[in-house]
Write a protein that binds this ligand. Structure first.
Ligand code: BDR
Ligand code: CA
Length: 303
């Protein structure tokens, strides 16, 4: 199985991504780290621990950055509810996060591995920027970074910027300049990666996991239960398991950090107009029916 680390800000679509991360037989989840994004880092950590407990998983979890590198946090409670995972009552447990902060735990996990490890980010890139700053030698230990973030077209937080990049543009800019091999699954594919109303309804009785996700989905404001819900973060996990579902283009990507109205925009140079070497593979198309079939197959494996 492919060893990887998941950096997340649960988040309702993050919860689905975590389910697939755990129950895909092709994957080996070695560490979960949390970051401030959809809600505060205390809440994203609490949510991630609740999910790990729900699935009886003992994968270690480390809490990460409480604020973006230089900006105050602007959250997405309007999408995911006040708790970040509104809609399901999780039982109490006594699981704790590791002592080490996320960037340190990631570095320790990378160093302990005999083979390079894949990093998957489905929240703002703050922890990864801190990792790169504290441990520049981490690059050789990372196989590649697969992110849900950015857009080659329009945004979903500001007119041009996608949420994960817009929340911490300075961190994202640092990551895109790092030399890491990057796969960017942005809104170009994730807006299309929807679950159908019929499948969403069927989830309620699929298994315990389906019932839990169904309850969360009734509070998730990324699409609607009646027309389909966008599974942004799940695309990053789908890419690990089924890269053939995605059409990628290698190009230069820069993150705007200065613009009065455009900070957090991923400038994706599809036509090579900036004459810069490519630094990312950008997902531009996804096989939606095949994605939906993979989701159904994977969530059926959950308890
Ligand atoms: C991203 O923003 C968050 O609200 C979602 O969890 C996803 O990571 C989509 O733009
Ligand atoms: Ca997320």
């Amino acid at each position: 199985p492919l060893p990887f680390i998941l950096d997340t800000d649960p988040g309702i679509d993050d919860a689905v991504a975590l389910a697939a991360a755990i129950f895909s037989p092709e994957l080996e989840l070695r560490l979960v780290t949390t970051v401030a994004g959809n809600v505060s880092v205390e809440k994203t950590t609490r949510n991630a621990l609740q999910l790990l407990h729900f699935w009886q998983q003992d994968v270690p979890l480390a809490q990460g950055a409480a604020t973006p590198l230089v900006r105050p946090l602007r959250d997405a409670a309007y999408v995911h509810g006040e708790s970040g995972m509104e809609g399901y009552h999780f039982v109490a447990h006594d699981r704790l996060a590791l002592e080490a902060p996320a960037f340190q735990a990631i570095y320790d996990c990378l160093t302990a591995s005999e083979e390079p490890v894949t990093l998957v980010t489905i929240g703002p890139l703050t922890n990864i920027a801190l990792l790169l700053t504290h441990y520049p030698d981490c690059i050789s230990k990372i196989k590649r970074l697969v992110m849900m973030g950015g857009s080659a077209g329009r945004g979903n937080f500001t007119p041009n910027a996608e949420f994960n990049i817009a929340i911490d543009p300075e961190a994202a800019a640092r990551v895109f300049r790092s030399g890491l091999e990057i796969v960017m699954c942005g809104l170009d594919v994730t807006n299309r990666a929807q679950l159908t109303p019929a499948y969403l309804a069927a989830l309620a009785t699929l298994n315990r996991t389906g019932a839990m996700l169904h309850a969360l989905f009734s509070h998730y404001r990324s699409g609607s239960m009646a027309t389909g819900l966008r599974m942004h973060d799940l695309c990053a996990i789908a890419f690990l398991v089924k890269p053939e579902l995605f059409t990628l283009k290698s190009c230069f990507v820069a993150v705007e950090t200065q613009g009065e109205y455009t900070a957090g925009t991923t400038v994706v140079d599809l036509d090579g107009r900036l004459d810069q070497p490519a630094n990312a593979q950008v997902a531009l198309d996804i096989d939606v029916p095949a994605f939906q079939a993979w989701v159904a197959q994977t969530l059926a494996l959950a308890p």
